[in-house]
Design a protein around this ligand. Structure first.
Ligand code: DLL
Length: 434
């Protein structure tokens, strides 16, 4: 189902005109209302009147995440706090958390893009949706909630945790859609098995999974394990939370709602645009936001983009699955590695489970080493030792050839690695501890 055909399938020229019109207004609004941006513009020697169309966007300065952190809590807001209807906070690992605000109009926009996203995944009015993202300062739960409400779905605001209850809710209320992190749905499947429930019999037909990177191999695993269609949703609290981009049923990239969130893909080192189809850092400009509009926000997420019209008829450009973040890319012996690459490689091996962790370490005066901990099927621990050795070698070969680096593999029994209800932590970098 297409929620807003006029905009999602707009002809490219109309879309560009709309983006231009909105950018011109947004830049003027921001210049007039945000002292921090005004200073930035002045320093850059640029005036709002210099921006006449979307093509002029490259004349504008970038907004790094630090601008938000340094202006904690409300410094980057373009509106008085009394006009802010809701506040969300993203807890960073270092420094101040990032605080974002929504006016009523911003909440309306968020509900619209989240409704578009749910519809894009295959949801429709009348569907029952189990929302198992965290509710609260995290944007996941409330964002999907607002979208589902706007779409006319029936919401089960399950939030995270109480895994057994989640399963009971599913069995009793029979939701067709579930929304949570990809790692949490696998955890739910594992718990179902432990309770003697076959995950393939679940009522969930469509999954709306995001908030952390996950590979296509992980998607196949989820599809098979739960007999459902797992779709990818992208978002970040700085822009609006879930609903910035979403896969349609063809799952050939995530449609970014570029009538509101204008995307650019740049080389994160040179800051220059990369050609269509090449990976780079996603930069987003919010075209209509009020409380905390952002110009050329550096998301640190690595993606590629295509502007080709999709089989579903949408012209909204498509992002590739998010490869990872510039800041969770690990550099081992000069080679750049994203956890999703390792995930994809190891899930090609029969018997390897989708639970893994990467440990990077450096012994004194020695080279960095990357150890991959992988859970493998129980049967390998009861069979003869040779079977365990064989799967270990196969996993190692699969990873080595994918990333071009020799790793060491440690096999662990099922359910040994930490489980999560939210975002999983895949990398432990011990190098900073020395
Ligand atoms: O994670 C918002 C969200 C909630 C998105 C629920 C989707 C579903 P933050 O906590 O601010 O917001 O984290 C944003 O998470 O910059 C990405 O690095 C990562 N991320 C979000 N969605 C995806 C995805 C929410 N589909 C950060 N694939 C982003 C990969 C994702 N990474």
């Amino acid at each position: 189902m297409i929620y807003n055909e006029k905009l999602e399938c707009a002809n490219k020229e109309d879309l560009k005109n709309l983006q231009s019109e909105r950018l011109v207004k947004a830049v003027k609004y921001i210049y007039d209302n945000s002292p921090i941006y005004r200073q930035k513009f002045d320093k850059f020697g640029i005036l709002p009147t210099d921006i006449k169309s979307i093509d002029d966007i490259t004349k504008l300065p970038f907004t790094p995440k630090e601008d938000l952190r340094d202006s904690y809590p409300f410094g980057l807001f373009s509106t008085d706090i009394k006009n802010v209807a809701e506040i969300h906070v993203s807890s960073g690992t270092t420094g101040n958390p990032t605080v974002v605000g929504f006016t009523k109009r911003d909440l309306n926009l968020w509900a619209n893009v989240a409704a578009r996203s749910i519809a894009c995944a295959g949801g429709k009015k009348g569907d029952i949706i189990q929302v198992s993202y965290g509710y609260g300062l995290f944007t996941g739960g409330l964002g999907i909630h607002y979208g589902a409400l706007r779409l006319g779905a029936t919401i089960i605001p399950a939030a995270t945790g109480q895994t057994k209850r989640q399963i009971k809710l599913m069995q009793d209320f029979k939701p067709r859609i579930v929304a949570c992190t990809p790692s949490y749905i696998l955890y739910l499947a594992e718990e179902m098995k432990a309770l003697g429930v076959d995950p393939r019999t679940s009522s969930w037909e469509v999954g709306i999974f995001g908030s952390e990177p996950w590979s296509i191999a992980m998607r196949d695993t989820i599809d098979k394990t739960l007999n459902m269609t797992a779709t990818d949703i992208y978002g970040l609290s700085e822009i609006c939370g879930p609903g910035v981009a979403q896969e349609c049923i063809y799952r050939e990239g995530l449609h970014i709602w570029s009538d509101f969130f204008y995307p650019e893909i740049i080389d994160p080192v040179t800051n220059q645009p990369v050609p269509e189809g090449e990976p780079g850092e996603l930069v987003i400009t919010t075209l209509t936001k009020q409380a905390i509009p952002l110009i050329r926000y550096r998301t640190r997420d690595i993606v590629s983009i295509t502007y080709e019209t999709c089989k579903c008829g949408r012209t909204a450009p498509r992002l590739s699955k998010i490869k990872g973040r510039t800041d969770d890319m690990i550099v081992v012996r000069g080679i750049n590695v994203f956890p999703t690459q390792i995930e994809h490689a190891l899930l090609q091996v029969d018997g390897a489970l989708p639970n893994y962790q990467l440990i990077v370490d450096r012994e004194e005066n020695a080279l960095d080493k990357l150890e991959v901990l992988v859970e493998v099927d129980e049967k390998f621990f009861t069979d003869e030792l040779q079977a365990l050795e064989n799967i270990k070698t196969t996993i190692k070969k699969a990873i080595d050839s994918t990333i071009g680096l020799g790793v060491s593999v440690r096999l662990v029994e099922p359910k040994t690695l930490a489980r999560t209800e939210g975002k999983s932590k895949r990398v432990i970098d011990k190098r900073h501890l020395h």
